[in-house]
Design a protein around this ligand. Structure first.
Ligand SMILES: CC(=O)SCCNC(=O)CCNC(=O)[C@H](O)C(C)(C)COP(=O)(O)OP(=O)(O)OC[C@H]1O[C@@H](n2cnc3c(N)ncnc32)[C@H](O)[C@@H]1OP(=O)(O)O
Ligand SMILES: CC(C)C(=O)C(=O)O
Length: 507
């Protein structure tokens, strides 16, 4: 297997993401984690950018022992001197010098002809090699550079002592076939190319950064540059975790591997997301919250029978505990039953079907059905109180300038429909007055509590009531995503228990 070197630029290109600003302590924390992840080369910053960045690069350079530490520099002596200062104390320092080579950048940005670009880069490399034994040179915007000139620049960089030549697709313009071919061409045409490593650095403007990086590997690239979570300038850089996992998962196809400690991927991703404030989208490959989550019944059934039906990699590989089977409205009986078993409920088929039907009604109202929701749903049914009254509908009218009123419809055990409307001091009081009038029961409500039993705006509310009638005290419980419905259910549940208790007393 060919080794692919991983060059992480989270602390430099990643920090170029608008809104991201890492202080020295944060950069150090990230660098330690990148070292633990097994990153070969860490680009710690652009020392000429600011005194703060120079100090942060220096702190990283002194602290990290197992990865090469790199500082970025324009083709200017003042930037090279800043990198020299920043990398003092580094175990394995490397300078990364760049100059744009494409016609657009030459004409409009640098205002240089080809020969001036060549000479400027050559002078910078000559100056730098007095101080650095490891130099990477980047032809910025290589992706839009004439291939002959790119070959010429690469040959010059090799002659002037670069050990790595980077071919960036700076604006994420190329598609994989084109990008891979550039590497093949350089390998075929540039004298001395075998003495150095070729590197790929891609941006995700057209969503092709990972595909382009993999195409570069097929074309002969030895090093991939990128960031964790794919953060970076504009649409970001290649996500290194994607490349590493693609090489791992399709090793028979690529014949190449990184030496990353893959089980550190999830930890690294969440640290970087937390410190940069750049939230990882749920559907992001490898590290998104949904990357190993399965919601639909057919997939969950497949997963329960054999994980490889729907997973090409295992979450454990990247340091996660296990795949998630998320219960939602697309879930089926297999996953539902499995979760209930995990929660300690063993139901016969009839009760399972009954609970499953209730679960589907709840899932229509909620995005995710949580374990707390399932406990609530099942515990409501654990004590089978005969239903003298069944709440069929409530309608509440509330406004802060009018008296609240509620209409209820209740079905009795012998099939009668009871309907009443009543007013109250608040919506719950109005509901309870309407239920009292509909059922003809006279009770005293001695306690009412409400709490949320799951999370988020669509959390379920659970209401507990305690009521008394002629020295009989009963409790009732109701659960719903709507607290008024939960209140009504709790009250009707208590009434049913009261009627049951009275019937038992009569026996
Ligand atoms: C593709 C990339 O990601 S490259 C890295 C991009 N990252 C950054 O730019 C972040 C750090 N940058 C900075 O803090 C600032 O831009 C600095 C300190 C480097 C320079 O600031 P300033 O001196 O004010 O220049 P400014 O940024 O406005 O313009 C860039 C200058 O560098 C020149 N330049 C750009 N790239 C290079 C290069 N590789 N080598 C030499 N000169 C370069 C530009 O032509 C321009 O020169 P000019 O002033 O003669 O027109
Ligand atoms: C400095 C270079 C490597 C860069 O960031 C780019 O071209 O995108």
């Amino acid at each position: 297997m060919r080794k692919i070197y991983m060059f992480d630029t989270t602390l430099r290109d990643g920090e170029q993401s608008p809104g991201v600003n890492l202080n020295t302590r944060e950069k150090l924390e990230i660098a330690y984690q990148l070292e633990k992840l097994g990153i070969d080369r860490i680009e710690a910053g652009f020392p000429a950018a600011s005194p703060g960045d120079l100090a942060a690069v220096n702190a990283v350079a002194k602290a990290i022992k197992n990865s090469t530490i790199i500082g970025l520099s324009r083709s200017r002596t003042q930037d090279i001197d800043a990198v020299r200062e920043a990398l003092q104390g580094a175990e394995d320092p490397c300078i990364h010098i760049f100059l744009a080579t494409s016609p657009i950048h030459r004409k409009y940005k640098l205002k240089m002809e080809k020969d001036q670009v060549l000479e400027t880069a050559q002078a910078a490399l000559r100056y730098a090699r007095q101080y650095f034994s490891k130099i990477e040179f980047s032809c910025e915007d290589a992706g839009r550079t004439e291939i002959d000139f790119l070959c010429e620049m690469t040959a010059m960089a090799i002659r002037e002592g670069a050990s790595v030549v980077n071919i960036p697709d700076t604006v994420g313009y190329l598609y994989p076939y084109e990008y891979g071919n550039i590497f093949k061409t350089l390998k075929e045409r540039v004298p001395g190319i075998e003495k150095i490593q070729l590197s790929a650095h891609c941006h995700d403007d057209l969503g092709m950064a990972t595909a382009n990086s993999l195409a570069a590997i097929l074309g002969g690239a030895d090093q991939i540059e990128g960031t964790i979570n794919g953060i970076g300038e504009r649409a970001g850089n290649t996500a290194l975790e994607e490349v590493a996992m693609a090489l791992e998962t399709r090793s028979e196809f690529f014949g190449a591997k990184t030496s990353l400690e893959l089980s550190e991927i999830a930890r690294t991703s969440s640290l970087i997301s937390r410190l940069t404030g750049m939230v990882v989208p749920g559907n992001k490959a490898i590290v998104g919250a949904n990357a190993f989550a399965h919601e639909s019944g057919i997939h969950q059934d497949g997963m329960l029978k054999e994980k490889t039906t729907y997973e090409i990699m295992s979450p454990e590989t990247i340091g996660l505990k296990e795949s998630k089977l998320v219960l939602g409205k697309h879930s089926g009986r297999h996953a539902f039953r499995e979760r209930l078993i995990e929660l300690g409920y063993k139901l016969d088929d009839e009760r399972l079907n009954e609970a499953f039907a209730k679960f589907k009604v709840l899932a229509d109202k909620k995005k995710d059905v949580t374990d707390q929701d399932l406990h609530a749903l099942l515990q409501e049914k654990l004590v089978d109180t005969p239903e003298a009254y069944q709440l069929q509908a409530i309608h509440v009218s509330y406004g802060n300038e009018s008296t609240p009123s509620a209409k209820v419809r209740i079905l009795t055990a012998d099939g009668k429909t009871l309907e009443r409307e009543a007013e109250g001091n608040g919506s719950v009081d109005a509901i309870y007055n309407a239920i009292d009038q509909a059922t003809g029961e006279t009770v005293t409500l001695s306690d009412y509590t409400i709490k949320s039993i799951s999370y988020g705006k669509d959390a379920q509310g659970e209401v507990h009531v305690v009521m008394t009638q002629d020295e009989l005290t009963v409790q009732g419980r109701g659960v719903s995503t709507d607290i008024l419905e939960a209140s009504a259910r709790a009250y009707v549940d208590a009434l049913n228990r009261l009627i049951e208790k009275k019937a038992i007393q009569k026996l």
